[in-house]
Design a protein around this ligand. Structure first.
Ligand SMILES: C[S@@+](CC[C@H](N)C(=O)[O-])C[C@H]1O[C@@H](n2cnc3c(N)ncnc32)[C@H](O)[C@@H]1O
Length: 340
């Protein structure tokens, strides 16, 4: 029973409620993007009727959405009841230089929600949630759905903002960098732009290779870069000085990860460098972002975020020695290993 000296609501209850509304927060931010509100407000503050007319929604319910977005610090309202984007909200605009809009769109995808909805049933029967929901793996799913693949590729590219720091934590001067599973080419674009005497090679699945070829066309024209369709479960072309696996191994279980590493190793010379860019999760001091991505990997793939020891073991079994782990923004890490 609550005594008169005790609060009726504990700090724990209050905190748990704050955590539980996370999904609604995410959906409301998604609505601001879907309705185009962030892009509408680019030109300056607008009142609710003008936003409602442009977005094609009822002013009364829109006022409630805008109030929640104000509470979240995404939207502001001035004395004349006109709404504007805050600094955080501006990141939802399509034309913002650091726009995160495409990541919002990716996280709102129905196939993500369908996979998360299978979490408990899949845990009970020991199945992989995405496969249980969709009957195939996420990459097979995307391979036959060009629209979803485009949203995935552009969202993943936004999520790679940490790559801007890579040239400051590793010296790529004069190196040929092989980006294995290089997505839309953001990482190579950053490295080749920052390091004038570096060259690059990107290997990506045939269904997804066009975006990288497009992004890197300037470097391809200068013959500083080549983009190849390939499969990292198959033989990889030999050569290069530094192989990069950025957000690749976390998509795969240990067996498949060892196959990818062994294929990289077979294409590399002894002593050459492998860079793994992932969130290294700590079992001792787990953090919310890294563990959330670990659970997301559980839901979406057969993979996982790994601890430093798990990387050391995986690498050792595949002909590499782990040399160092350095921090990058957003809880990402750069794991450096050398081919034995
Ligand atoms: C999470 S994304 C990471 C992309 C990029 N490395 C980055 O960090 O932005 C995983 C990538 O692996 C690619 N991929 C999946 N299976 C592959 C395979 N068998 N061979 C080559 N690439 C593959 C996907 O197309 C996707 O671009």
């Amino acid at each position: 029973m609550t005594s008169i000296d005790e609060p009726n609501v504990t700090a724990g209850q209050s905190e748990l409620l704050r955590l539980l509304i996370g999904g609604w927060v995410s959906s409301s931010i998604g609505a601001a993007v879907d309705l185009g509100i962030a892009d509408l407000l680019r030109a300056g503050p607008m009142d609710v009727d003008a936003i409602a007319a442009a977005a094609g929604v009822a002013p009364e319910s829109l006022t409630r959405l805008l109030r929640m977005l104000r509470a979240l610090g995404i939207i502001t309202r001035d004395d004349a009841d006109r709404y504007a984007l805050s600094e955080v909200g501006a990141l939802l605009r399509a034309d913002h230089p650091q726009s995160m809009r495409n990541l919002v769109r990716l996280y709102q995808e129905q196939y993500f929600a369908d996979a998360w909805n299978e979490l408990v049933p899949a845990l009970r029967v020991g199945e992989q949630p995405f496969t249980k929901a969709h009957g195939e793996s996420v990459f097979d799913y995307l391979g036959s759905r060009p629209d979803a693949l485009a949203v995935y590729g552009s969202g993943i590219a936004v999520g790679s903002m940490f790559v801007a720091d890579l040239p400051t934590v590793y010296d790529f001067s004069g190196k040929c960098v092989v980006d294995v599973g290089g997505g839309d080419g953001t990482l190579l674009d950053v490295i080749l732009s920052a390091v004038p005497d570096a060259t690059g090679r990107l290997i990506e699945r045939p269904a997804a290779v066009a975006a990288a070829a497009d992004r890197l066309r300037g470097f391809i024209a200068q013959q500083r870069c080549e983009v190849l369709a390939g499969d990292f479960f198959d033989v990889l072309p030999a050569g290069g000085d530094v192989a990069v696996l950025c957000r690749i191994l976390h998509n795969w279980d240990d067996d498949r990860a060892r196959t990818i590493l062994a294929n990289c190793r077979a294409a590399m010379r002894p002593g050459s460098t492998l860079l793994i860019v992932e969130r290294v999760v700590s079992d001792l001091r787990p953090t919310p972002v890294a563990t959330a991505f670990d659970m997301h990997m559980f839901v979406m793939t057969s993979g996982r975020e790994r601890t430093d020891e798990e990387y050391r073991t995986l690498l050792a079994a595949s002909g590499f020695e782990l040399v160092s782990i350095k921090g990058l923004p957003l809880e990402m890490s750069l794991v450096e290993a050398h081919a034995r």
